[in-house]
Design a protein around this ligand. Structure first.
Ligand code: NDP
Ligand code: 8X3
Length: 252
């Protein structure tokens, strides 16, 4: 039976691949992000290719009021929700903490932690009302292993893992599942965003690595949400064969 899946940050990279993987699986997707034109393009492509329902929600997850009003309305008009994928997120900068921008830090915290929190608070009442649902939170190996220049980004991803674990405990009496996905380096526009549009610096991150691709992560997300009701996959860590820990890679 097809399910209704809401994916934040599905205009690009991993979130876009997740939306496509669910559509391919026959599920309906509510795609979301700040870039309206991209959402419209993805909507047409997925509907044409997979024949599932694709709805769009223009949303900046940093905007608490917007999240609290727009998300429930979008879910109502989508006809309910079975799976939430909290994927929207970003890194900004890779300077040592003492030289780093406070504005960049605030953007990461507001998006990766507060944004995820707002969206989850807006969606949970729908899951509680039917006593089931699945929250998939996009963490990172950065949340397990801090690395130089990544103090704040790594802290936000550690927070994602801790939020997931806490929410799993608080909803234990329900059939709600909570999963943290912790990818290592995945080849997406992530680094271009981190380096504020510097394509050369971004390309250097992936040079010499047979990097994990967004669709690899997407397949894992679909897999964790395709398990029997009795079973919950709490965490999955995914790395390139050439990566052993956060930013610890062997380049060829
Ligand atoms: P991309 O830059 O390709 O995608 C980021 C997505 O997040 C975009 O769709 C973007 O949409 C959305 N987004 C960013 N800020 C906001 C916001 N304020 N409100 C709503 N949506 C927002 O990067 P990735 O696909 O790589 O990143 C996706 C997630 O995966 C992030 O949480 C990232 O931290 C995590 N991750 C990435 C890894 C990697 O190596 N690439 C590894 C581990 C985790 P828009 O700009 O349209 O708003
Ligand atoms: C993104 C992966 O290693 O660039 O979370 O921090 S990494």
């Amino acid at each position: 039976m097809s399910r209704n899946v809401f994916i934040t940050g599905s205009t690009s990279g991993i979130g876009l691949a997740i939306a496509e993987a669910y559509a391919k699986n026959g599920d309906n997707v509510l795609i979301s992000g700040r870039r309206t034109e991209l959402l419209d393009t993805v909507q047409s492509q997925l509907m044409e290719q997979y024949g599932v329902r694709v709805e769009t929600l223009v949303l900046d997850v940093q905007n608490r009021d917007d999240v609290m009003s727009k998300v429930p309305a979008a879910i109502e008009s989508f006809g309910g929700i079975d799976i939430l994928v909290n994927n929207a997120g970003l890194a900004q900068g890779l300077d040592p903490f003492q030289d780093s921008s406070v504005d960049d830090a605030v953007t990461m915290i507001d998006t990766n932690v507060k944004g995820l929190l707002y969206v989850t608070k807006a969606v949970l009442p729908f899951f509680i009302a039917k006593n089931e649902g699945h929250i998939v939170n996009m963490g990172s190996t950065a949340g397990i292993y801090a690395y130089p220049g990544g103090a704040v980004y790594c802290a936000t991803k550690a927070a994602v893992k801790t939020l997931s674990d806490g929410i799993r405990m608080d909803t234990i009496a329900t059939d709600i599942k909570v999963t943290t996905i912790q990818p290592g380096i995945v080849e997406t526009p992530f680094s271009e965003v981190r380096f504020h549009g510097d394509k050369k610096k971004a390309a250097a991150v992936y040079a010499g690595i047979d990097a994990v691709q967004p669709q690899d992560v997407a397949d894992v997300v679909v897999y964790v949400t395709n398990q029997p009701k009795r079973m919950q996959i709490s965490d999955v860590t995914i790395m390139a064969n050439q990566q052993a820990a956060g930013f610890m890679v062997h380049k060829k």
